[in-house]
Every structure is written in structure tokens, then in C-alpha cells.
Design a binder for this molecule. Sequence first.
Ligand SMILES: CC(=O)N[C@H]1[C@@H](OP(=O)(O)OP(=O)(O)OC[C@H]2O[C@@H](n3ccc(=O)[nH]c3=O)[C@H](O)[C@@H]2O)O[C@H](CO)[C@@H](O)[C@@H]1O
Length: 341
Amino acid sequence: MKETVVITGGGTGGHLKVADAFIEEFHKRGFKVIFIGSANGQDPNWFEDDKRLKKAFFLDTKGVVNKSFFGKIKALMQIVSQVSKCRTIFEKFNISRVISVGGFSAAPATFAAITTVDCYLFIHEQNSVMGKLNEKTARFASEIYSSFLPQSPVKDYPVNDDFFDNARIRDELKSVIFLGGSQGARAINDFALKVATDLTRLKIKIIHQTGKADFERVKDAYENLGIEADVFAFTNNLPEKMNEADFAVSRAGASTLWELCANSLPTLFIPFPHAAKDHQYTNAKFLEDKGLCYLLREEELSKEKFIEILKKDNYIISKKLVDSIKYNAIESIVDDMLDKS
Ligand SMILES: CC(=O)N[C@H]1[C@@H](OP(=O)(O)OP(=O)(O)OC[C@H]2O[C@@H](n3ccc(=O)[nH]c3=O)[C@H](O)[C@@H]2O)O[C@H](CO)[C@@H](O)[C@@H]1O
């Protein structure tokens, strides 16, 4: 019988999507899988009743970054108190492999892995700049996987096959999709509304993911402009929406960024300006340096610049994107982990 592995981490959709890919891969290979995340955040929504899991634990932990001094101390004390709980779980289920996808949810199980004899820790870092926890614990890991690190043994990002299956080379411009990441982005919503009339005049269809909080406002605004756009708060079928689009305007969260690459969809990235250590900017910069995307900060945005970008020959970018990422990253990462432990 195959052993039990622990997948830990979460907090935001970006981390959880990668956790989900690991759960699927280990489950497919016949391993038993335990998920350890936080009770505070999105983790339970994703994995509470997941049939692929032998068990899911949601611990009382909160983020440490962006807190006051006392808030940080409290959050750290909470994490410390959960480490021994994780060690008990490891002992009970005989855990020797822990895979962290980062985020504060990963802290207790990561520290427990480091302090447990004969337990291998593997880290998947999604972004171009290491998160606080990964930065502190990386030297204890048996391997760190990242699409941005030159020394990573696997550089492809774990993207669902659907994004590749729905890919196509863009050789015309009939529709633009606006994407705000898992939460939506007000700045992107405002920009879309600002250029909507021009896009309509150019006979370009608008597809727009607003995020839950801003949906009603944006929907009403399109109605007031008399524009029939495909507006939604969140979709479970993003690959299909991307396939319909010929150009994207998007935040530069790691998962979305590589999904757009897998889809061969030319993109103007507008990074979230308050992301830790400006990592969304450096995520997109990595692609921009290779001539694979456009990148503007919020304050650099203008209607004129955008229209100019749309008029460029984006066929070349779309074609180049085909070689920027390959299928089966998760299989290659798990193969590498099993070789090393
Ligand atoms: C504000 C912030 O700090 N955001 C971080 C967060 O972003 P966020 O959680 O937005 O992360 P990503 O862009 O990486 O992922 C969003 C995920 O949501 C999915 N999706 C989105 C919209 C939709 O309608 N349907 C849908 O399924 C996308 O396919 C994607 O897989 O985690 C990322 C990964 O660590 C980081 O790079 C981001 O910087």
C-alpha cells in the first residue's frame, strides 16, 4: 500500500489551485493524501468535503504579513501552537513527505516537517519573489520548484490541461477579456469601463470578470453605456472564456499569468500594486523581458497606450507563447519529488 503524503498551504486561489493540482496527482498515483490548511480564509471552501482526501485539517492560523507589531506576535503564537498538532498528525499517519504551496496556511505543517526526523519538505513557490514563509524555510527543503527560478529542476507551472486544450494562435482581434484574479480588481474594472465605448466602436466584444464585490456596479455601468458585454463575477470555466478572447488585460497573479501563456493569449498585465514585495510586477516583468507580454503599472495606463498595443501585431506574441510552457508540469514535479525522497 502506498504511503500518505501531506499537502499544505493556501489562503488565496493562487496557492489553492496549485495545492489542488498536487492532491489530484498524488491521488491519481494511489497515494493517500492529507490536506493541512487554515480555518481562516478560502481553504475550507476548496477542500472541506473533498473525496480525494483521506483527511483535511483546517487549523486556527492567520497571516503574519501586513499586521501591526502585536498582530504579528499573536499570529506567530497561533502558528507555534499548531506546530505540535501537525507533528501529532504526522506521527499518527506516518508522514515522511510534506509538500508546501506557501501562504500562511502552510506555516504549521512546514515547521513540523522541518522538526520531524526523516521527513522531507518540498516547496512549490508560485511567484517570482519568494513569499515570507518560503524565504525563511527554503534552506530546509529537499527541493524548491518555481517557474521563475533558473535552478528549479522543473520550470513549467502546474496549469490545468483545459487551458492548453482551449489554446489557439490569435491572428485577429474580435474580443478582449478583462481579468482581475480570484478576487477581481477594481482598477481593471474602471479601466475596462473607460475603454468600453472605444472597443465597441472598433467592433471588439468585451468579456469581463469583475470579482464578486464589484459585479453589480460594473454590470450597471455597461448597461448605462448601452454596451452588451459578457460580464460575470467569477467563472468555473475560464479556459472557455479565454479561448473566446483574442487579447487579455489582466492582473499578474502567478496562476492566471501561466494560464494565459498556456492559452497563447497575448496579454497586457496590470500588476496589483500592493502585492507583497511587488511580486506581480516581477512576475509579468519575467515575461516582458522575453517579449511575451505587455506590462504597465496602474499609473501608466491610458486609453491611447492601450489602443496602440491592440493595433500591434500580436500574432507574433501568440505564436511565441506556445513554447513558453508545456503540459504535464505537475507530473514532472511529482516524479522529481519521488526520485529525491
Ligand atoms: C492580491 C494578491 O496578492 N494576489 C496573489 C494571489 O492571487 P490570486 O489568488 O488572484 O491568484 P492567481 O491569479 O494566481 O490565480 C487565480 C486563479 O483563479 C482562477 N479564476 C479566476 C477568475 C475566474 O473567474 N475564474 C477562475 O477560475 C484562475 O484560473 C486562477 O487559477 O495568489 C497568486 C499566487 O500566489 C499571487 O501571484 C497573487 O499576487
